[in-house]
Design a protein around this ligand. Structure first.
Ligand code: B12
Length: 217
């Protein structure tokens, strides 16, 4: 039964239909489908197809934008269900999150922020296209435990080791755990960049954030 909802949500996104995406998400949540499964098997599956079409020249920027809006409309429905089903009242730690400078992709970052909130982390979401200095200032100001960085663009990956270097140059590297994610990244890149953790998707990010805080998953 869940598979039908996943397929419908994926298809609503690839057909750029925000209303259908919201309706499918509403129905699936009402029938008890796990929010995180809807994200992975519906939303991300649909957007991955759009990414492939874009690469192959079968769709263009306006279509990507509309697919992104359809995904956002489903996330808006899933959000309250996810917060209600989690442990949002816990106080597991403070995370400052941002998508890096020159990168406007925020759907995945927003989902990660939501998952972390639902698990009981306090998340200060700075948004997208944020400079190293802005993220550093927010981490200091909020006395964050974790800095979460997201990027979807290969051209922005260099930001990550540069941010770690900035922390070192300020003499505060050990004050923060740096957790990174986004499609072009991988565990090896994260390690070589001097990060503390990497997670490939929304469900693994909670596990990793807990691990970084020394909390048993
Ligand atoms: C939707 C989309 C857009 C939308 C974004 C809307 C928005 N509000 O985010 C719009 C239309 C704005 C857009 C613009 C562009 N895009 Co675009 N876009 C996509 C697309 C199709 C989907 C991205 C997405 O949201 N995926 C779904 C989410 C749920 O997945 P996710 O982001 O990967 O996040 C998950 C994990 O990665 C992880 N995660 C993510 N962040 C973090 C952070 C932490 C801390 C952790 C632990 C985990 C984690 O958990 C998330 C949830 O499971 C991708 C293709 C793809 N397959 O990813 C291309 C893609 C990323 N875009 C691409 C490109 C080229 C562009 C443009 C340059 C196009 C252009 N010519 O202008 C512009 C760039 C604008 C800019 N400066 O940023 C390329 C990038 C290629 C590259 N080599 O870097 C891709 C890969 C498409 C392609 N196949 O070519 N895009």
């Amino acid at each position: 039964m869940s598979q039908t909802h996943f397929d419908n949500l994926r298809d609503a996104i690839t057909s750029l239909n925000a209303a259908a995406a919201a309706d499918t998400a509403t129905q699936a949540i009402a029938e008890g489908v796990e929010p995180v499964d809807l994200i992975t098997n519906g939303i991300r599956a649909g957007l991955d197809i759009m990414g492939e079409k874009f690469t192959n020249g079968d769709c263009f920027l306006p279509e990507l934008m509309l697919a992104g809006r359809a995904a956002d409309s489903a996330v808006a429905i899933i959000e309250p269900a996810m917060l209600a089903s989690g442990n949002a009242d816990e106080k597991l730690g403070k995370v400052v999150m941002a998508t890096v400078k020159d990168d406007l992709h925020d759907i995945g970052k927003n989902i990660v922020a939501l998952m972390l909130r639902s698990a009981g982390f306090e998340v200060i979401d700075l948004g997208c296209d944020k400079s190293k200095e802005e993220i550093f200032a927010a981490a200091e100001e909020n006395n964050a435990d974790i800095v979460g960085l997201s990027t979807l663009m290969t051209t922005c990956m260099a930001f990550i080791p540069e941010f770690v270097e900035l922390l070192k140059s300020k003499g505060v590297r050990d004050n923060y755990k740096v957790l990174v994610g986004g499609a072009p990244l991988n565990p090896q890149f994260a390690e070589e960049s001097g990060c503390d953790g990497y997670a490939a998707d929304a469900s693994k990010c909670v596990e990793m954030a807990k691990q970084l805080m020394g909390i048993a998953a």
